[in-house]
Design a protein around this ligand. Structure first.
Ligand SMILES: Cc1cc2nc3c(=O)[nH]c(=O)nc-3n(C[C@H](O)[C@H](O)[C@H](O)COP(=O)(O)O)c2cc1C
Length: 167
């Protein structure tokens, strides 16, 4: 089924379900290597008068090396039938294996940004901001339970350049 481009305002999904429950694949490409990781933390909204998505990526993720090396990233959302692939992409690392081939996904590009044909909703994002979380910035100390290894996320705010949907 073909994708149709819509505006960010036309996204019908509830972001809490979309990201927190359905999960997304964060995908980036550098030097011919495409890799994706599953994420369930993040959001969509408005910043600097721009439609944005924000994601948080831990330093040990292979995908982070690709995100840092490129200007754009895609966020792909899938129907429930791909849950197994998303669980795999959230466990295996592109450091050791070809995750795209393992999932049998077809890579498309929007300009130079890779995304998956199997997705039902795709956000193409241009990096606008990146900052590492710092321990002293946390106001609620209970959040430190997420950081036993002190592997603080990097927050990326992406300007949403394009939204593709299958209806
Ligand atoms: C449901 C789910 C949600 C996840 N959310 C995140 C996240 O928001 N940020 C993050 O850094 N890792 C998250 N992960 C972990 C990465 O997806 C996982 O470490 C993955 O293997 C990294 O792959 P890579 O090394 O190929 O980048 C999540 C994993 C799962 C299963």
């Amino acid at each position: 089924m073909a994708f149709k481009e819509i505006s960010p305002e036309e996204i019908k999904d509830n972001p809490f379900k979309l990201i927190g429950k359905d999960w997304m694949l964060i995908t980036a490409e550098y030097a011919g290597k495409v890799n994706m990781m599953t994420a369930s933390w993040g959001g969509i909204g408005v910043m600097w008068n721009k439609p944005v998505a924000y994601i948080a990526v831990r330093p040990q993720r292979f995908t982070k090396t690709l995100i840092d090396a490129t200007d754009t990233v895609s966020l792909c959302f899938f129907n429930e039938k791909y849950r197994k692939e998303l669980a795999y992409a959230g466990k295996a690392s592109g450091k050791n294996e070809d995750k795209v081939a393992h999932c049998g996904f077809t890579v498309d590009h929007s300009n130079k940004t890779p995304y998956f044909d199997e997705a039902r909703l795709v956000l193409i994002g241009k990096k606008a901001f990146a900052q590492n979380y710092k321990q002293e910035s946390f106001i609620d100390p209970s959040i430190m339970d997420c950081y036993e290894k002190k592997d603080f996320h990097t927050l990326y705010i992406l300007e949403i350049e394009k939204v593709l949907v299958k209806e």
